[in-house]
Write a protein that binds this ligand. Structure first.
Ligand code: SF4
Ligand code: SF4
Length: 312
């Protein structure tokens, strides 16, 4: 096995319990050497597939559904638990463990869905993080790796040595990262706002739907008033009708535009006009109300003065 509760992945969106004392205090690069091997012969084989907290990315869900041949609904119901992504108010899902706290896909022989395993499982025992030097928040973040060395993991005692870059290729991490990138950027961007800025409930629902249930998202695009609001190129529409990966990428554009107001998706001009008119209307209503209140106050004051005069 190549995974555990402390498995890698950019740490930002994942709410893994991580014991910091197991993280080696060295910043590594893709050229750094990694002495590690996990195989069925290690005495701890599959020990790390229990008591875990594995957040699933949209691509993880899509990839896992393939061998299981399940709809998004069925998969979510059987294999996931709702959770919040680490240090954010963004709702997501994590792998649901069985009554013994074990991964539902582990057997004595190992991982039954190994070619389709989640990104987090692929990274372990390597972690990746990003660093922004102070005052350079607008610059691209520096990416670095670190090693997680848990006492129970005997893979570190194996003689095999390779670079972290080679490890990434072996584990299929490059492909996973490329697929996760757009979604990860949204999560990181949201995280940078801090927890004071809370998302509205409808925005949370949209994030959850796009991140976990592409079947529902597809119906939402083609069976609601979505296309009355957004202008989407015909080529994209044709693609996302049947192509799940294209739909997932389109979902990232939609999330960026609806959560952060980016121009990733174009809102139809008539919709913008209607919104401006509605805003104008409500402004006019408010002005009218303020005027009425003012007139009422003046009338009340005049009444009071009249009563005072009468008392004299
Ligand atoms: S998905 Fe596979 S590798 Fe990951 S925890 Fe489960 S059994 Fe282990
Ligand atoms: S060597 Fe480490 S990664 Fe492999 S099964 Fe053992 S605990 Fe898990």
């Amino acid at each position: 096995m190549t995974e555990s509760k402390n498995a890698g992945q950019p740490e930002i969106p994942f709410s893994k319990e991580r014991n910091p004392t197991n993280i080696q205090p060295a910043k590594l690069t893709a050229d750094s050497k990694l002495k590690f091997r996990c195989h069925p012969g290690v005495s701890c084989f599959t020990a790390c597939c229990g008591d875990i907290n594995i957040i699933l990315t949209p691509y993880d869900i899509l990839r896992l559904r393939r061998p299981l041949n399940l709809t998004a609904d069925e998969f979510l119901l059987r294999f996931t638990t709702p959770t919040y992504l680490e240090k954010t108010d963004l709702p997501g899902v994590k792998l649901h463990l069985d009554e013994n706290g074990r991964c539902p896909f582990v057997t004595e022989e190992g991982c039954t869905i190994y070619p389709y395993r989640p990104t987090t499982c692929r990274y372990y025992p390597v972690g990746m993080s990003y660093f922004h030097p102070a005052g350079q928040e607008n610059q691209p973040a520096e990416e670095f790796y670190f090693l997680i060395k848990e006492p129970h993991c005997k893979g570190h005692e194996e003689p095999n040595e390779q670079t972290i870059g080679q490890w990434r290729i072996d584990q299929g991490i490059d492909e996973s990262d490329a697929m996760n990138q757009g979604w990860m950027e949204i999560v990181m961007r949201r995280k940078s706002f801090g927890q004071q800025a809370t998302l509205s409930e409808p925005a949370k629902k949209i994030f959850f739907m796009v991140s976990t249930d592409l079947d529902k998202f597809r119906s939402f695009i083609f069976e609601s008033s979505f296309l009355d609001t957004y202008e989407v190129e015909q080529e994209t529409l044709d693609k996302i009708k049947t192509d799940d990966i294209a739909l997932m990428m389109f979902g990232n554009r939609y999330l960026a535009s609806s959560l952060f107001g980016t121009n990733d998706l174009k809102i139809r001009p008539e919709k913008i006009k209607a919104k401006v008119e509605a805003h104008k209307g409500s402004q006019q209503d408010a002005e009218k109300k303020a005027e009425e209140t003012y007139r009422e106050l003046v009338a009340a004051r005049d009444e009071m003065l009249k009563a005072k005069e009468a008392d004299k």
